[in-house]
Design a protein around this ligand. Structure first.
Ligand code: AMP
Ligand code: ZN
Length: 116
């Protein structure tokens, strides 16, 4: 996606601080912020700062940043007191996977018991 096209991407705008978000974690590669419609007592979205539209758009060179997103989940799990209780991390992919925002993101859901 071109730099111009990224202004059409909601999560690129959040990364660029052009859209408001309640940011909970940031490093050089990853940003995490509160989901605006939380589906759990703690519901964060963890995104790579670089635009990747979905899992189906991933290239081999994206593997590290995706791993960094999971390391951010670990840090958030520790920082928010869920290391022992646990939490769910999930990714939706494509229309039937329930993906609505096409900038890959990990849902971090904590504070309620997840089903199967
Ligand atoms: P998905 O359906 O997996 O693509 O997830 C998109 C998520 O983004 C949903 O859980 C929405 O509630 C959330 N969302 C949409 N707009 C915003 C926003 N401006 N800030 C934070 N979260 C958002
Ligand atoms: Zn984007």
């Amino acid at each position: 996606m071109t730099a111009e096209g990224m202004s059409d991407c909601l999560f690129c705008r959040v990364v660029a601080r052009k859209s408001p978000a309640d940011i909970e974690y940031e490093d050089d590669a990853v940003l995490a912020f509160k989901d605006i419609y939380p589906k759990a007592p703690v519901h964060l979205l963890i995104v790579p700062k670089r635009h990747i539209a979905s899992i189906m758009a991933m290239e081999p060179g994206d593997a590290e940043v995706i791993g960094r997103c999971l390391l951010a989940a670990r840090k958030l799990g520790e920082a928010k007191g869920f290391a022992e209780r646990g939490y769910r991390v999930s990714v939706n992919c494509g229309p039937e996977g329930g993906q609505h925002v096409y900038h890959v993101h990990f849902h971090f859901l904590a504070g309620r018991r997840s089903g199967a």
